[in-house]
Design a protein around this ligand. Structure first.
Ligand SMILES: [Zn+2]
Ligand SMILES: [Zn+2]
Length: 338
């Protein structure tokens, strides 16, 4: 007679350090240094320094090393997408999450029961990383950064065209685009190239290292140059990318009449764009929007859904009305954007 598989909540727990897999004795994206950590992707609220052992994709490990140096971990073990590894009594596999370079869903199998921790993800194509691959499972743990029906991201191409149109309209102005250093920066560059923009793009110093890392992993970003030390006159009619924190500070004052843009899913909220002094909001997100979240929940067909990382209530309500068991996982320590 077959033995019933254990329920996922009997072996995946939440602790003060975050998600914990008991039969493998490891944490996933731990909030504080752990003996053994499995990491979904390189953003700072998921990949923190100071863990003893780290398992992640080679790309995520490289990102952690670039950011943390020695503190990335004592033992760093890369695992390729699709390959499987036993940790204790649990089989661990990584599947692409489509969020940033190297981002992975953690697929855990234990005695016939499967849990998928998706980390952050999106469903639309991104030329800078492998596309999300849905995994059937018993428990699906999903983010909900944009977990409200008002959040529907427009097509990327439409947003990039807005930027290129503005550039053509104001050839005397420098266009300063706020982008997060990991993921958004490289995606915006790749989308510009796809749209046929071949001019050099100037980068704030804080963006250069991760762009080089992407290029080393074979992602082509076209011609990029440091913005530092370039004559004011040269930057007229040019594109400059900088971290969001730099667009309002003294750094941007030396640019010629900058027109400020910001690429973020939050640019869907007009007040946010206004408050940040953004003249040209670009709704480009590396997180699933409402339609992508609900489609994914339906597609993975898990009996149970745990929602974390954002606006949990609406997605829990959606999943419940569709007949899934669902609950909000109130994990502390995750930021609302990348
Ligand atoms: Zn996140
Ligand atoms: Zn992220």
């Amino acid at each position: 007679m077959p033995i019933a598989a254990p329920s996922p909540q009997s072996w995946i727990k939440t602790s003060a350090a975050g998600l914990y897999c008991e039969p493998g004795d490891f944490h996933i994206d731990p909030l504080r240094p752990a003996l053994r950590a499995v990491i979904t992707h390189g953003h700072g609220d998921h990949a923190r320094p100071g863990n003893a052992r780290v398992l992640a994709t080679a790309e995520t490990i490289a990102i952690m090393q670039a950011r943390y140096g020695e503190a990335a971990g004592d033992v760093l073990q890369p695992l390729a997408y699709g390959q499987s590894l036993a940790i204790g009594a649990v089989q661990v596999r990584l599947a692409p999450a489509g969020h940033v370079l190297g981002s992975a869903q953690i697929v855990l199998d234990y005695r016939g029961s499967r849990v998928v921790v998706s980390g952050d993800y999106k469903r639309r194509p991104d030329p800078t990383c492998a596309p999300f691959e849905p995994q059937n499972c018993d428990l699906f743990i999903t983010e909900a950064t944009f977990g409200l029906p008002v959040f529907r991201h427009p097509p990327d191409r439409q947003e990039i065209d807005k930027l290129l149109h503005s550039l053509a309209l104001f050839p005397e102005r420098c266009h300063l685009v706020g982008v997060y250093a990991l993921g958004k920066c490289q995606r915006v560059l790749a989308l510009l190239r796809r749209a046929g923009y071949e001019e050099p793009v100037y980068l704030h110093g804080a963006l250069i290292r991760l762009c080089e890392l992407y290029q080393r992993f074979g992602v082509s970003l076209g011609p990029v140059l440091p913005a530092t030390g370039v004559a004011r006159e040269t930057l007229k009619g040019r594109l400059v990318l900088a971290p969001p924190s730099a667009i309002a500070d003294i750094w941007s004052r030396r640019l010629p009449d900058p027109l400020v843009a910001l690429a973020s899913g939050w640019m869907r909220v007009r007040q946010r764009a206004k408050a940040a002094g953004v003249e040209l909001p670009l709704v480009i997100s590396d997180h699933a929007d409402w339609d992508e979240l609900t489609a994914t929940i339906d597609e993975v067909a898990a009996d149970e859904i745990w929602v974390t990382h954002g606006r949990e209530e609406a997605l829990v309500h959606y999943a419940t009305t569709k007949g899934y068991r669902a609950r909000a996982l109130r994990l502390a320590g995750f930021e609302e954007d990348e």
